[in-house]
Design a protein around this ligand. Structure first.
Ligand code: HEC
Ligand code: HEC
Length: 298
């Protein structure tokens, strides 16, 4: 915050506190009754439909509550940040508090995780204790995209089947989680045109043993060999090094309908698996890898 805004906030805050204190004290009437006769009640002089407004002093406890809140505000602003750039004498920051809590949690978890350190991912996958922690970590970090059961949805791969974009070995899974993945399916409409999209789609239906137009599929085979085989493989069975899916099976990341398949080919797709190694410690990523591995190999 610049010095100007720091002063701006500080001065407005101070003036406000002094202002409300002044209003409070200057309007205080301890007892007006002395000046009046016994049966007279002080009024403000306001009358509405013959009803007069009494002018009694604030009850003492009420007045004291005001005083306490003003004192609280001052003490708070001395101890904690609030007055512009003044950090408060305690030096507290929300970031610092978060870090301290994080550190405490990590120290606690380290003890738990150290018992898993010597086990391989395959061994962890059959360890009930590790499974429980892995499932919780998955629920907190992965379920938003892959579903709480890990079965994925449109654009988010199912992690419980044996069909892998990038491979289902413990190492490949761990790599996917730790470093993230980015699928790069280019857009083809500008290259092969609408005719090419139709032809190659019919060819994919043929590969998948679905209804197709034989002559369009024949032309499509040529389009495929020229433009698609480099990534999806000569026979269309995919390439895990590139995350290019198998197009022969009936598992579709972006839908199996002809309309969706054509949309994918026309406009391309860029699925993004965010890397986790910034947010999660290596020990947690290992447990997650084991959890995913166990789900896929039940
Ligand atoms: C923001 C959404 C998102 C989150 C959160 C997310 N993923 Fe993913 N994940 C994806 C997408 C999208 C892909 C597919 C990437 C692609 O299309 O190339 C993917 C791919 C994967 C793969 C590779 C699958 C394969 O078939 O090879 C694994 C394993 C995986 N995620 C595990 C996890 C785990 C474990 C977590 C939790 C730590 C997680 N993901 C969190 C979106 C997400
Ligand atoms: C540069 C490599 C590359 C080339 C070339 C390529 N693809 Fe892809 N394709 C991919 C990748 C990677 C994905 C997965 C995208 C993702 O994960 O978001 C994909 C996804 C697809 C899908 C969606 C699969 C699903 O499960 O929903 C179809 C369909 C497809 N490609 C067809 C084609 C066709 C047809 C061609 C040729 C015209 C082609 N691709 C060329 C890399 C490529």
């Amino acid at each position: 915050m610049s010095t100007f805004w720091s002063l701006w906030i500080g001065i407005i805050t101070l003036v406000t506190i002094i202002g409300v204190s002044w209003v409070l004290v200057s309007n205080r009437r301890v007892s007006v009754k002395e000046k009046l006769k016994d049966d007279e009640v002080p009024t403000t002089g306001h009358v509405y439909d013959g009803i007069e407004e009494y002018d009694n002093p604030l009850p003492g406890w009420w007045f004291n509550m005001f005083v306490i809140s003003v004192v609280f505000a001052i003490v708070y602003l001395v101890l904690y940040p609030g007055m512009g750039n003044f950090p408060g004498v305690l030096g507290w920051t929300s970031h610092g508090q978060w870090q301290a809590q994080e550190k405490k949690a990590e120290d606690r978890f380290d003890v738990v995780y150290s018992t898993f350190a010597g086990l391989s991912i395959e061994e962890l996958a059959v360890n009930p204790e590790a499974f429980k922690i892995g499932r919780r970590l998955f629920g907190n970090n992965c379920a938003v995209c892959h579903g709480s059961d890990g079965r994925g949805s449109y654009g988010f791969p199912n992690l419980t089947d044996d069909d892998w974009l990038y491979g289902g070995s413990p190492e490949a899974i761990q790599h996917s989680i730790s470093h993230g993945r980015k699928g790069m399916m280019p857009a083809w409409s500008g290259v092969i045109g609408e005719d090419g999209v139709n032809q190659v789609s019919e060819y994919l239906f043929k590969l998948g043993a679905r209804d197709h137009d034989a002559s369009l599929a024949e032309d499509g085979a040529k389009v495929f060999a020229t433009f698609c085989a480099a990534c999806h493989g000569a026979d269309g069975s995919g390439n895990q090094a590139l995350g290019a899916p198998n197009l022969r099976d009936d598992i579709w990341l972006y839908g199996r309908s002809p309309l969706l398949i054509k949309t994918t080919i026309r406009s391309g797709r860029q699925g993004l698996m965010p890397s986790q190694n910034q947010q999660l410690q290596a020990s947690k990523i290992r447990l997650l890898s084991a959890y995913v591995y166990s789900q896929a190999h039940q």
